[in-house]
Write a protein that binds this ligand. Structure first.
Ligand code: B82
Length: 326
């Protein structure tokens, strides 16, 4: 048993904020942001939370595939910014799209979340039990960042994207490589909550700041070392050469990072798809939004047999790559 992607789609909140607009809110500039990151715009939610973005993305995907929500066998959402700790975003999506009472759960792997979710979703499909499965990545990063911290707040954006899987007899993934190293967890954290109960009332000794913290340079260096190896391991794991892959869809964290990875692998930067300019870093949503945009622009086509590598990396630290055939 296997699976294929029969539709991809996305949804972003309608407020697109330029670097110049951000510079009215905080001490930053278009030149600073653009030259270091490649970001020019990001969508910022006003009254939509992560589940709202995911529901809209899901409805768009189901609509494109002309598949009724009742046909879904499971729903997986990758997110680090859920509406609640419980219920999961996936449960809210199940109800929001009008699916049956099917298995629905979230995956927490930060910017690697969509790759993790697709890996798990594919294995569920491989069981042969499900005809259709929905895999989403969705984030409201704007509620996680510290808007007083100009070094991080300017990097992130809100949005959701995903794919619909259908059962088939060929495998979606040709190879994968997924990892986590909690020893480096301090490099990127978000939403810390402390122990607080009658035995140990919160006494302020733990950090009170629950906003996102990141050692940008630290993870940049980590990713520059690790991701090229992960891409190589994945492609070689499928018995292929790096050049034979049609497109590399990496998590959109920083344009400079894409350049470093391309250079390390001696691949042309043109193999590395990018849309960070328009959305900023949308964490688990960045890869499915990129895939949806490429399909919409006809740079890719479902059923074409094209081979693409998706690769996510970030908080955990986590990283993961998957070679898939469209
Ligand atoms: S940076 O380290 O400050 N830098 C690159 C050398 C500035 C030129 C930087 C900046 Br600014 C923005 C983003 C990053 C970065 O590496 N981000 C990430 C990398 C991997 C995974 C996630 C992220 C992230 O930003 O969430 C570095």
């Amino acid at each position: 048993m296997g699976a294929k992607i029969i539709a991809a789609g996305k949804y972003v909140p309608d407020q697109s904020i330029s670097n110049d607009q951000l510079a009215e809110w905080m001490d930053t500039s278009d030149e600073w942001i653009r030259s270091r990151t490649g970001i020019e715009y990001r969508n910022i939610s006003t009254d939509e939370n992560t589940s709202d973005l995911c529901i809209q993305a899901a409805l768009s995907i189901l609509n494109k595939a002309a598949v009724a929500p009742e046909k879904l066998g499971f729903i997986i959402v990758a997110t680090m910014t859920p509406d609640y700790h419980s219920p999961s975003v996936a449960a809210l999506v199940q109800h929001g799209v009008g699916a049956g009472p099917v298995m629905a759960f979230d995956i927490s792997a930060a910017c690697s979340g969509f790759v993790y979710a697709l890996s798990v979703g594919e294995k569920l499909m491989d069981s042969g039990q499900y005809e259709y499965g929905l895999v989403l990545g969705g984030e409201t990063m704007s509620k996680a960042v510290d808007w007083e911290d100009r070094s991080t707040a300017v990097l992130f954006g809100d949005g959701a994207g995903g794919v619909l899987l259908q059962k088939t007899d060929t495998s979606l993934s040709l190879a994968e490589d997924l990892h986590a190293d909690g020893g480096q967890s301090d490099a990127l954290t978000s939403g810390f909550t402390q122990v607080d109960n009658p035995l140990k009332p919160a006494d302020g000794s733990d950090p009170a700041n629950q906003a996102l913290t990141m050692d940008g340079r630290g993870i940049f260096n980590f990713v520059s070392r690790t991701v090229p190896n992960s891409l190589r391991a994945t492609v070689e794991g499928a018995g292929m050469q790096l050049e034979e892959v049609d497109h590399y869809l990496l998590h959109q964290a920083n344009q400079r990072l894409l350049k470093v990875v391309a250079k390390k692998l001696s691949l042309p930067i043109s193999k590395f798809a990018t849309n960070i300019r328009y959305y900023g870093n949308t964490s688990a949503a960045s890869i499915p939004i990129l895939l949806a945009d490429m399909l919409e622009a006809k740079e890719l086509e479902l059923g074409s047999g094209k081979k693409i590598v998706i690769s996510g990396f970030g908080g955990g630290l986590t990283w993961g790559s998957m070679l898939i055939q469209l």
